[in-house]
Design a protein around this ligand. Structure first.
Ligand SMILES: [Zn+2]
Length: 211
């Protein structure tokens, strides 16, 4: 896809996520990596439901603003993910209700905060680690994300929300939606006895559907 097509994609998926109630107000941001290594990211204080292709920010991998409106204040952790995951071409970060609710719980195992419920959860999200809380704009958050990004396509920022990467914006959006639906299931099953996927089933999925 060329830059114009990717800008149109960001507008399309922003409206879709907003329309589905996964993004609200001016919360959340989307980004894609262009073939020249520069990044398109949604602008600061923009609503994902009402983007225009022209306003979308373009930044270098070191965060220098190149074109469009000023980038999201959260762009710096997108850049950390791109640096650590060479195959990542797109990132979705939203504050969707059920995933944020999981991020506000105390977790015994911060390396994996959702039980293995379904095959598509394993295939699209994998293990979901919790990134410690930092206030918005704190650059320590980018460093904490960087430390986990190499091993994980999805992470959950504590008391904040998920970051999900993919080899295309469509794939990152699908994975994000899978995560939100898994978080919904997690609350729906509640304290009932849980039939978790076995270690053998997870290993089989990871071997059959790598990446
Ligand atoms: Zn955020």
């Amino acid at each position: 896809m060329n830059e114009d097509e990717l800008r149109a994609d960001i507008v399309k998926y922003g409206a879709l996520l907003y329309g589905r109630g996964l993004a609200h107000g001016s919360a959340g941001n989307l980004s894609v990596r262009l073939d020249d290594g520069t990044i398109l990211v949604t602008p600061t204080n923009s609503s994902l439901g009402f983007l225009t292709a022209e306003q979308i920010s373009k930044v270098s991998i070191d965060g220098t603003h190149i074109a469009g409106d000023p980038p999201s204040k959260e762009a710096f952790f997108h850049l950390a993910v791109y640096e650590e995951r060479p195959a990542a071409k797109a990132i979705v970060h939203l504050h969707s209700t059920h995933a944020v609710a999981v991020s506000c719980l105390c977790h015994a195992d911060s390396f994996d905060v959702l039980p293995p419920l379904t095959a598509y959860q394993i295939m699209r999200i994998g293990r979901l680690p919790l990134v410690p809380y930092y206030r918005p704009g704190d650059r320590k958050l980018a460093e904490a994300v960087r430390g986990l990004a190499g091993e994980h396509k999805a992470m959950l920022l504590a008391n904040h929300g998920p970051i999900v990467s993919g080899s295309s914006l469509q794939k990152a959006v699908h994975a994000y939606e899978e995560l939100e639906e898994t978080a919904k299931l997690f609350f729906l099953v509640g304290d009932r006895p849980l039939s978790r996927l076995t270690c053998e089933a997870i290993a089989d999925l990871n071997a059959t559907f790598p990446g």
